[in-house]
Design a protein around this ligand. Structure first.
Ligand code: HDE
Length: 702
């Protein structure tokens, strides 16, 4: 554990403790023999051949040769964090799961966020669905919610999963493109699978461009089952809501970030936890009585559908706080093995055919990826409660079992370990009544594919709609085949005629002349990001400065930002320090090379005639302002700092001198008292984006 790595001692996963290892004092072989030289191999003479006796060389190289394991076939790129979950109140009325029973219980969790399509080294900010996996180390065993940041999925039946993933992944002949759905084979497949329509609308929306992992929703996607102590079962849907609100990058920004800092999300998560600014998410559930299963005009077992919050409200039940970074990426984030089949008493499955397939696939993939059924006992996967059974041996068995018998029943070992009744905490599957013929068919209730796609479209704000259309222009613009593009426009015409016409215009397809399906006109507030929580907390501001800057202005803005939970960094031409007008040394955090505007949420330019002169001469400083403006970010300036904004010639912004706060998120004062604008600036940061600006939309959105 690093010194800065804050730990809340109360919520540590104790099961991990015996396995943590520091650097140690002396370098040894794996046999514990001290090594006296690790820089030169053993040779016959300084220029001679190497000698086989060199066991240290052999061990070092053979271990190195085996350092890689297969990356996850999907969700290969991920970032992890430890934390805890605590319920707000007892949920015993609905489930007998102990970790949801008592608001005083903090259950340790490990979370892994991921992208889906890219390989392990791909960039964080690509347009993609995000994985949102949570492992709860409960006193009844491990429970995993393995969800996504989008509430629905591409397909209805798990047997189609290899097909959709093959279509998403780089094409098999030339292995292009990396971490992107903008390619012919993906859209070819999608154009032939109408059930994907709803998910595609989410994929093209801002949801696939989260600003940070701290500002992203999570969903269990499937309908699950909760069972209480009396054996009564209800259906549930899970929702994770970030306390900082749901916020996205604009596409141009996401693309630039992928080059400027491919680890942008991972770094942000790590730094926030390191600073003690812990990401928090509220867990909510939609609870559906068994008898209401068929009261919706869609099937709750169909994972391409959500349950609108207007029909079943989301009930907040607890909060998750991520408060500790992993010590070791491979041992924890890479080796963690999530399985939707990991449940505890009180939680059960529904018959969703997508979920049913997952109950098989995750265990299978961990066996391949981690190489042995004993992966369950790797430190990060171990339950915190005792575990005993007669499964024995296998590669890398880490337990030294001391019993004489390994079968059940037995008389030689007092018939231990013994099974438990439901009352004693034994897991009893919900005795759902099932009957039917063996068929390879879908239920007729799974056959409608467009209504919720339309609901989603209708719920978006005008700017969100613009983004979606531009995303379709980009994605389908990379598809050479006219037939695929034609089919997709026809598909969008089943969602909304206007949408289809707008997409057609950008991709060389004739606008559909007739309305295929009449838009039902319904919408759902919760589906748009426009009403999300708006706070400046957790944001990052760049302070552009050079020698001659007014230190007092930096100090007063920095102080106000800090009080609002905003981080500020000084960006200048060179690393080191700059000298303020009154001779103070000011530390430079980033340079224009290492700190691009896309990495910040807002910009502030303090006064100081000499500083502003230098920045005006520096094209990169002017570009910095321009780009922040183009990405709709809050911009502030005080004193002579206003001149830099003028030099940037921001389109449609003319009265910079007289503005204190405008509707475009630009906050300026001519006064040297920067504290005048602090409050307005913080409000402007909290808005996240200022869409009123006149910017070249085509450039920003495309
Ligand atoms: Fe996954 N998925 N998936 N998936 N998935 C995997 O398991 C699979 C699906 C999700 O951080 C794999 O450990 C099938 C839906 C996440 O380690 C694999 C189907 C949802 C993660 C697998 C689905 C997800 C995975 C690859 C169709 C959202 C990353 C590596 C039925 C609810 C977990 C691994 C982590 C990972 C199979 C569909 C989310 C191959 C067969 C729907 C967050 O087992």
């Amino acid at each position: 554990m690093t010194e800065q790595n804050h730990v809340n001692e109360n919520t540590k996963n104790e099961a991990l403790e015996p396995y943590r290892q520091d650097a140690g004092d002396k370098l040894t072989t794996n046999q514990g023999v001290k090594v006296n030289d690790t820089d030169n191999s053993l040779k016959a003479g300084t220029r001679g051949p190497s000698i086989r006796d060199d066991f240290h060389f052999q061990e070092k190289l053979t271990h190195f040769d085996r350092e890689r394991i297969p990356e996850r076939v999907v969700h290969a790129r991920g970032s992890g964090a430890h934390g805890y979950f605590q319920p707000y109140q007892s949920m015993a009325e609905f489930t007998k799961a102990k970790f949801l029973k008592d608001p005083s219980i903090k259950t340790p969790v490990f979370v892994r966020f991921s992208t889906v399509g890219g390989s392990r080294g791909s960039a964080d900010t690509v347009r993609d669905v995000r994985g949102f996996s949570v492992k709860f180390y409960t006193e009844d065993g491990n429970y995993d919610i393995v969800g996504n940041n989008i509430p629905v999925f591409f397909i209805q039946d798990a047997i189609k999963f290899p097909d959709i993933v093959h279509a998403i992944k780089p094409e098999p002949d030339h292995e292009m493109p990396q971490a992107s759905t903008a390619h012919p084979s993906f859209w070819d497949f999608i154009s032939l699978i109408p059930e994907s329509t709803h998910m595609i609308m989410w994929l093209l929306s801002d949801r696939t461009l989260p600003r940070t992992l701290r500002m992203m929703q999570g969903f269990g996607v499937h309908t699950f089952r909760w069972v209480n102590a009396e054996g009564k079962s209800r259906f549930v849907k899970y929702h994770w809501k970030p306390l900082l609100g749901v916020h996205s990058n604009v596409f141009d920004e996401a693309q630039k970030l992928a080059g400027k800092d491919p680890d942008f999300h991972r770094r942000d998560l790590w730094d926030s936890i390191d600073m003690g600014d812990y990401p928090e998410y509220e867990l909510g559930v939609q609870i559906i009585e068994e008898e209401d299963e068929h009261k919706f005009d869609f099937d709750i077992l169909d994972a391409t559908k959500l349950i609108p919050e207007e029909l079943v409200p989301v009930r907040p039940i607890g909060k998750m706080v991520l408060n500790r970074n992993p010590d070791n990426f491979f041992a924890e984030t890479e080796q963690v093995a999530f399985q939707p089949s990991n449940v505890v008493p009180g939680i059960d499955f529904s018959d969703d055919p997508l979920l049913q397939g997952r109950l098989f696939s995750y265990h299978d993939t961990q066996l391949h990826r981690l190489g042995s059924p004993n992966f369950v006992h790797l430190p990060i996967n171990r339950p915190v409660c005792p575990f005993h059974n007669n499964q024995q041996d296998g590669r890398m068995q880490m337990e030294v079992k001391t019993t004489r018998v390994n079968y059940s029943p037995n008389s030689l070992g007092e018939n231990l370990p013994a099974v438990s009744s439901a009352e004693e905490g034994g897991y009893v599957h919900y005795p759902e009544r099932v009957e039917g013929h063996k068929v390879r068919e879908r239920s007729p209730s799974f056959k409608e594919h467009f209504s919720q796609a339309t609901l989603f479209w209708n719920s978006l704000s005008p700017i969100e709609k613009d983004h979606l259309v531009a995303a379709a222009h980009f994605e389908l613009g990379k598809v050479g085949d006219q037939g695929v593009r034609d089919r997709m426009v026809d598909r969008f015409n089943h969602v909304d005629h206007e949408l289809a016409k707008r997409i057609a215009q950008g991709i060389g397809v004739a606008a559909p002349s007739a309305i295929t399906v009449q838009n039902h006109g319904q919408s759902s507030e919760a589906l748009s990001q426009k009403n999300t929580t708006k706070t400046a907390k957790g944001r990052k501001v760049a302070i552009l400065a050079a020698n001659g800057v007014e230190a007092a202005q930096i100090m007063s803005i920095k102080q106000a930002l800090k009080a609002a939970g905003v981080v500020a960094e000084v960006v200048s031409q060179f690393k080191g320090t700059i000298k303020s007008a009154d001779g103070k040394e000011i530390e430079v955090d980033k340079t224009f090379l290492t700190g691009a505007s896309v990495m910040f949420d807002a910009v502030y330019v303090p006064g100081g005639a000499k500083s502003i002169q230098a920045l005006q001469m520096n094209g990169e400083a002017v570009d910095f302002i321009h780009e922040a403006f183009k990405h709709y970010k809050a911009i502030a300036a005080s004193g002579e700092g206003v001149e830099l904004l003028k030099a940037a010639n921001l389109q449609g912004v003319s009265r910079l001198d007289s503005y204190v706060q405008d509707d475009q998120g630009i906050v300026t004062t001519r006064s040297a008292d920067a504290s005048e604008i602090a409050k307005s600036f913080i409000n402007a940061i909290a808005q996240h984006r200022h869409w009123n600006r006149l910017v070249h939309k085509d450039k920003v959105l495309a």
